[in-house]
Design a protein around this ligand. Structure first.
Ligand SMILES: [Zn+2]
Length: 126
């Protein structure tokens, strides 16, 4: 499991990079992908991490339609959150599409949008 503190620290940087179309992930020689910041591969512990650009197109691995939102998303339901695979890394984000338009295996692009006054990873169906 990743340390949630680590993740939070790098999350804004990740959003900045994705917003500038310069998003990248870290890949080790064995092909494990992870999100920055990291010093070693979280899967095999290899310290030789290479910055790899996040591909333009990803694929929805799984998604959830949220009908009963948390209070901060009140008024936005139903909405879709998805995990999409971009190369060797998986990102979690909101999907900017009608729930009926989302399916496993669908191609999506990744961007950053402000949603409910917080910047979030957003996927667009292609
Ligand atoms: Zn590895």
């Amino acid at each position: 499991m990743s340390d949630p503190t680590d993740y939070d620290e790098g999350y804004d940087d990740l959003l900045d990079a994705i917003d500038d179309s310069e998003g990248y992930y870290l890949s080790c020689p064995s092909g494990h992908g992870s999100l920055p910041p990291r010093r070693v591969c979280p899967v095999c512990g290899d310290p030789q991490l290479r910055e790899t650009p996040i591909p333009d197109v990803g694929r929805v691995v799984t998604y959830t339609v949220v009908h009963v939102p948390t209070p901060q998303f009140d008024g936005a339901a139903p909405y879709v959150t998805a995990i999409a695979e971009f190369g060797d890394v998986r990102l979690t984000g909101l999907v900017a599409a009608d729930p009926d338009a989302v399916s496993v295996g669908a191609d999506v692009s990744v961007g950053v949008e402000t949603f409910d006054s917080e910047r979030r990873i957003v996927f667009e169906t292609l």
